[in-house]
Design a binder for this molecule. Structure first.
Ligand code: GLP
Length: 265
């Protein structure tokens, strides 16, 4: 696992954009259209802004990209501004020219959410390997919407949110916790492990404890983010605040300083 500690959230956004861009290039080098695993929440937004900038100012192309989302709320109607499909369209995919038909997420608006998980697994299998999966982390250590207690081998399925996560996400619903759906469909932890590269981004002091638990604590369903320790290629990008509880922070800074010139992300 590579842990990259950087001074500011803006630095983090640029490095995450670098990692995503590198994964696109690797997929193209292999002759496969890139599949980009996207996350919502506030953590990835600076990276998305940077990718949009590179698209508009530096001609970074997304024309051949398929985008797959990590998770979705159950019960928000299609087009609801806080449905993750809508959020990702607004924050990234429209602006970088990804065909809406090539943007996929679990179907949380349909009549049968229980069938949506297996259907999404099927779609992911058909789309081909995810070149890079971007992740945030919740204050309770969740990734995607895999709340504490989620099986480390889980696949896409319906989950019930903790009250903590609903309270954390109320800010996207005008501060009204009752407006935050109780149920979600999320890629499972086992599904996430299937991506070729995992990039987790976290900023701010509120993420210091979950980051330390996920990166340095025991691998446990009680901290779903700790599943990252089972993946062979993980990049954790944090600002100094989010990395402030890492016991090995000095070592990570040392490694970054001495990174080989062509090592990349
Ligand atoms: C949300 C999302 C996660 C996200 C996490 C952190 O509930 N389902 O994918 O990583 O919580 O959100 P934020 O980045 O806004 O802190």
């Amino acid at each position: 696992m590579e842990v990259v500690l950087l001074p500011t959230p803006e630095n983090c956004g640029r490095v995450v954009a670098d990692a995503l861009q590198a994964a696109l290039a690797r997929a193209r080098d292999r002759g496969t259209p890139p599949v980009l695993g996207l996350a919502t929440g506030s953590s990835p937004l600076l990276a998305y802004r940077e990718l949009v900038r590179r698209h508009t100012e530096e001609e970074l192309s997304f024309a051949d990209v398929t985008a797959v989302l990590l998770d979705e709320y159950v019960g928000l109607p299609v087009g609801h501004p806080e449905s993750y499909r809508e959020v990702i369209r607004r924050e990234l995919t429209d602006a970088v020219g990804i065909d809406p038909a090539q943007v996929h997420g679990p179907d949380g608006a349909g009549p049968d959410p229980l069938a949506a998980g297996p259907a999404y697994e099927e779609l992911l299998r058909a789309a081909g390997p995810v070149a890079v999966q971007l992740l945030g982390i919740g204050t309770n250590g969740h990734v995607g919407f895999n709340e504490p207690g989620s099986s480390l081998a889980s696949r896409t399925r319906v989950k019930t949110l903790t009250e903590q996560t609903r309270a954390d996400n109320a800010r996207f619903f005008g501060g009204d916790v009752d407006a935050v759906p109780r149920h979600v469909i999320t890629q499972g932890l086992g599904t996430i492990l299937g991506a070729q590269h995992l990039v987790l981004v976290a900023t701010g002091e509120g993420k210091a404890a979950p980051v330390a638990a996920a990166v340095e604590g025991p691998v446990t369903a009680s901290v779903p983010g700790s599943v990252l320790q089972l993946h062979p290629r993980v990049t954790v990008v944090v600002d100094e605040a989010a990395g402030s509880r890492l016991a090995l922070a000095d070592h990570h800074r040392y490694v970054l300083e001495h990174k080989l010139a062509d090592q990349g992300w």
